[in-house]
Design a protein around this ligand. Structure first.
Ligand SMILES: [Zn+2]
Ligand SMILES: [Zn+2]
Length: 103
């Protein structure tokens, strides 16, 4: 199954099209923009507590048969925060001091 390419930052709702270089994901595919990950989340996913990595860009062109953005299109379902911003700030404060590999 292909990675779910979600269309927006869950925190600030910025559009993150599949070729965005500033999309960040956690291991559960929770998706945020680089700015929110850095400035608001301190590399803590508010949904799972894990860290983030840059989301790889799925090729637009069909380099290999049946494999491309057209064949496995990005999701269009916008995702919203499932916790309040206040609760997230407290959560981030608690978790951010621990590096992702020790969480
Ligand atoms: Zn954002
Ligand atoms: Zn997560």
């Amino acid at each position: 199954m292909a990675l779910e390419l979600r269309p927006n930052c869950e925190y600030c709702d910025k559009d993150l099209p599949p070729d965005a270089s500033d999309a960040r994901i956690c291991s559960y595919e929770c998706t945020f923009c680089a700015d929110c990950v850095e400035r608001r989340l301190s590399n803590v996913c508010p949904n799972c507590g894990g860290g983030f990595m840059a989301r790889p860009i799925r090729p637009a062109r069909e380099w290999r048969s049946g494999i491309s953005r057209a064949r496995q299109p990005a999701s269009t379902k916008r995702v919203r925060l499932s916790h309040s911003r206040g609760e997230i700030a407290l959560f981030v404060r608690e978790v951010a001091a621990i590096p992702p590999e020790h969480r």
